[in-house]
Design a protein around this ligand. Structure first.
Ligand code: 0A1
Ligand code: ZN
Length: 865
């Protein structure tokens, strides 16, 4: 319950059903920036036209702006405008006017990293979702599209590079060591896609010729010393451009494409039209400083932002409730791209692991929302795993149900119909229906209902009639505001395998469970069948198929769908661990034998073996239990690790040796080998072998790449051996000047399962290299600690207090980033009474803090409700 005081402070709720088309349009805008880190003057010249018959004033959104001048049709005005809270209201007599405003802002004082801010001495912008209004009074909503011309002026020595969207149309020198540039973007766009950069950076320049023969100049801008680290990003950009032409028929539409990397950024990257701005961790990569996971992060995010040029920019969103229209679709597109570039099976396993780690808990907790939410207080809180990753799963289900050709026809129709406009999720579904002829009426429930559906699957076999009957039952759990749910269409790829023959009985079937229950008959099933279901993770659901350990071990060795093979092993491990936690008894035998089989199967590649050997995370095990017991889960999991390590020590040592390379390479084989090598090292360590810490330290010192070094560092960070301190000191000394690598130094220690981890985390929060101002650094320590189930939930609540102290401090600087730290505490209902009370007390402490941002208020009040 909210007390009276906090209820009074509650920010207004914005509802999807209240959408109204804009009162005014703004076809052309001209912006002028006189740039200076301390005091930047901004002038906005907006050509506005009345939209429909009404006499409402023009509302220009502002956030912390004071108008220094307001002009209408060139005339300064004293009375024709007034402030309404942060917004500027202008009374306009006619239907078309030119409205000009002037303000002054301070980029270097902008710690929110929204609007115009300074990072590493350079100036850049972040406008999505509502940052534009922190620079210029504007109609700051995504369904108002304008053509922009932008003039920037700045000190030439300090800011030699001036960039904005579109093409540079003028530039030159000015008095007093200043210079200017003017940029024009011919494509109408909403304000959230605007960007500007004034910087001292160097570019890696390249080119791409589109399929219709148009040359595009590509440039990736970074601090000069980082230029050698931009090759991977550039290759990914070119590959993305070619892929979107080939797979979606989408061509790039401007003469240049710029990417700028900055160190201080709230999210991963931003798709501003032709001027993407990136968190530098998703651009910079070289073998010495980036792990294979980092390399994959770079190519995935470069592709994601590039693909937005069509799914997001050419067709944008009508309002922020439609966010998944661009994000779910674009994540699906970047996932497909990555799958096509390397191992599709490994990519699918990774994506599902992420969905289960980030989205399933969200969908099962107090912050659950449909991929198209119904309401929000602060839209920044809705850049969630649900909107992004579950959104992508929903597009993937359309792809699965319609098949690739009809899906592509639906996309073509969607782009053709809505190019240059702001669309809705409904528009996307209608395009899919119109192009495919498939009725998606019930499928729309996936956009409207939150919660992860649960499917019970029971298979019975009748040997006499050689028949098998599969019964499927669906329930969708209640979520906040949605007590009753309807069953949704769930596409399930299904196969049956003969227990003795090890072979599939027939071609895989695609079954769409489109109600609460259905039965599927299989004929010609002479021997006992084993069920393989939700192959490839064809639907984002939880399957409850109650298969025996023997059946799961069988599938992990015989299924012909690699994802299903992985899944069977995971299920076997989860069942074993959940059993161990709840009964205190564990039979590790079946897991050990299944792992042995996979680990020694010569037909499997190392990357796949590595994925399959990873034990389910402590958090995921907790998600399966009524009440999470972090200590018991940790003990059970470590016991299994120890047994696997000890009983298969020879196999792990073989795998470790087999995976050794002489020299770094970025091929899928080499990446797989590195992955398996460090996993094997972890198990050798877990076995308790005396030489293990020495092997790890050798790997740490001898590594010619960050994957091996960081892998060894991670293993050592968990250990009590003296080698751990050697590694911590050596890692720091080697990388103290590299911010992105120092983030790893912090996070690796915060993820440690050592009993003194919280002491160490508190100590690190006082380290000179720790700062709350940089979101990457904050996440590397505080975010990592709160993702460490054992440590965060230490009895007594020290982890909760630490998180809350940090969060409250960050809220004063950067509310968006602070709000992202709330969800771990919002999971209090899943824990025992003692922990739950401590977690709630911290949430209440936040709520009782005067001046709390609306970002944090929304997350905290919903978490307590
Ligand atoms: N549209 C971006 C995500 C993004 C959202 C908000 C931001 O503001 C701080 C930044 C980026 C994407 O999907 O990549
Ligand atoms: Zn995106």
């Amino acid at each position: 319950m909210l007390d009276a005081q906090s209820a009074a402070a509650a920010p207004p709720v914005i509802r999807r059903e209240d959408y109204r088309k804009p009162d005014w349009l703004m076809p052309d805008v001209h912006l002028e920036f006189r740039l200076d880190p301390a005091r930047t003057q901004v002038a906005g010249r907006l050509e506005v036209t009345r939209n429909g018959a009404h006499n409402r004033p023009l509302r220009l959104n502002g956030d912390g702006l004071t108008p220094l001048a307001v002009l209408i049709d060139g005339e300064p005005q004293a009375d024709a405008w007034r402030m309404d809270g942060p917004d500027l209201l202008v009374d306009l007599p006619g239907d078309a006017h030119v409205v000009e405003t002037r303000v002054e802002i301070s980029p270097e004082a902008n710690s929110q990293l929204m609007g115009l801010y300074a990072s590493g001495g350079n100036l850049c912008t972040q406008c999505e979702p509502e940052g534009f209004r922190r620079m210029v009074f504007f109609i700051d909503r995504p369904d108002v599209l304008s053509r922009y011309t932008v003039r920037m002026e700045a000190d030439k020595a300090r800011f030699p590079v001036l960039l904005s969207n579109g093409d540079r149309t003028a530039s030159g020198d000015l008095d007093g060591g200043r210079h200017f540039a003017e940029w024009t973007d011919p494509f109408p766009k909403p304000s959230y896609l605007f960007a500007l950069v004034a910087a001292d950076l160097a570019a890696n320049v390249d080119s791409f010729t589109t399929k219709s023969g148009r040359p595009v100049k590509l440039a990736i801008w970074v601090v000069e010393k980082d230029l050698p680290k931009t090759e991977h990003a550039m290759a990914a950009l070119k590959a993305s451009m070619a892929w979107d032409e080939k797979v979606y028929g989408r061509e790039y539409d401007l003469g240049e494409f710029n990417i700028v990397a900055v160190a201080d950024f709230n999210f991963g990257a931003m798709e501003n039209k032709s001027l993407n701005i990136f968190n530098s961790r998703y651009i910079l990569a070289d073998p010495e400083t980036a792990t294979d996971i980092d390399y994959d992060g770079v190519s995935g995010v470069v592709a994601h932002e590039y693909f937005h040029n069509w799914s997001g920019n050419r067709v944008t969103c009508r309002d922020w409730f439609q966010l998944s229209l661009k994000e779910g679709f674009t994540v699906f597109r970047d996932q497909s791209f990555t799958a096509d570039q390397g191992s599709a099976a490994v990519k699918r396993i990774e994506d599902v692991r992420l969905l289960r780690a980030a989205q399933f808990p969200e969908d099962a907790g107090p912050l659950a929302h449909p991929i198209r939410p119904e309401s929000y207080m602060e839209v920044s809180n809705f850049y969630t795993a649900t909107v992004y990753n579950k959104g992508a799963e929903i597009i993937r289900m359309l792809h699965t149900m319609l098949g690739p050709q009809k899906f592509r026809a639906g996309c073509d129709l969607y782009f053709a119909r809505h190019d240059g406009t702001a669309a809705t999720c409904e528009d996307f579904v209608v395009a899919m229906e119109d192009a495919s002829g498939v009725d998606l009426t019930r499928f729309r429930l996936w956009y409207a209902q939150a919660g992860t559906p649960r499917i019970r699957a029971a298979l019975s076999h009748e040997p006499a009639g050689a028949r098998a009957l599969l019964t499927l039952e669906q329930t969708v759990p209640p979520t906040p505001g949605q007590p009753e749910k309807q069953p949704m269409p769930v596409p399930l790829r299904i196969a049956l395998f003969g227990e003795r023959s090890g072979r599939a009985f027939e071609e895989e079937r695609l079954v769409v469970l489109d109600g609460e229950r259905c039965e599927i008959l299989f004929e010609g099933i002479a021997e006992r069948p084993v069920l393989s279901i939700n192959r490839g993770f064809s639907a984002p659901v939880i399957i409850d198929a109650a298969r025996s350990a023997a059946d799961l071990a069988f599938l992990s060795a015989h299924d012909d769908d690699p994802f299903a093979r992985y899944e069977a092993m995971q299920q076997l491990m989860v069942d074993t661990l959940v059993g161990a936690v709840s009964t205190g008894q564990a039979d590790h035998g079946p897991v050990i034998e299944a792992v042995r089989t996979t680990l020694t199967d010569p037909a499997l590649d190392s990357a796949f073996i590595g994925e399959t050997m990873l034990l389910p995370s402590e958090a995921f095990i907790g998600d399966q239990m009524a009440v999470v017991d972090p200590v018991a889960i940790h003990r059970a999991r470590e016991a299994l690790r120890r047994d696997l390590g000890g009983q298969l020590e020879g196999e792990w040592r073989d795998a470790y040796e087999r995976s050794r390379a002489n020299r770094f390479e970025l091929s899928p084989q080499a990446k797989g080998a590195r992955r398996l090598r460090t996993i094997a090292l972890g198990f050798i360590m877990a076995s308790g072998a005396e030489d293990a810490a020495g092997i790890a330290l050798r790997q740490f010192h001898e590594a010619d790449n960050m994957t091996d070094r960081q892998g060894a560092f991670g293993v050592l960070a968990n250990s009590l051996a003296p080698e751990r301190d050697v590694a911590i000191a050596a890692f720091y000394d080697r990388f103290r000047d590299n911010g992105l690598v120092l983030d790893k130094w912090f996070s690796t220690q915060a993820f440690s399962i050592r009993p003194d981890t919280l002491d160490r985390v508190e100590e690190l929060s006082r380290h000179p290299d720790f700062t709350l101002a940089n979101p990457n650094r904050l996440r590397s320590l505080v975010g990592a600690m709160s993702g460490n189930q054992l440590v965060f939930h230490e009895a007594g609540g020290r982890g909760y207090r630490f998180l809350t102290d940090m969060l409250l401090e960050v809220d004063g600087l950067n509310p968006q980033t602070a709000a992202k730290l709330v969800p771990p505490l919002g999971r209090w209902r899943r824990f025992d009474e003692g922990r739950a009370a401590l977690m709630k007390a911290e949430l209440q402490r936040m709520l009782d803090t005067p001046g709390l941002s609306k970002d944090v208020f929304e997350q905290v009040s919903k978490s307590l409700a």
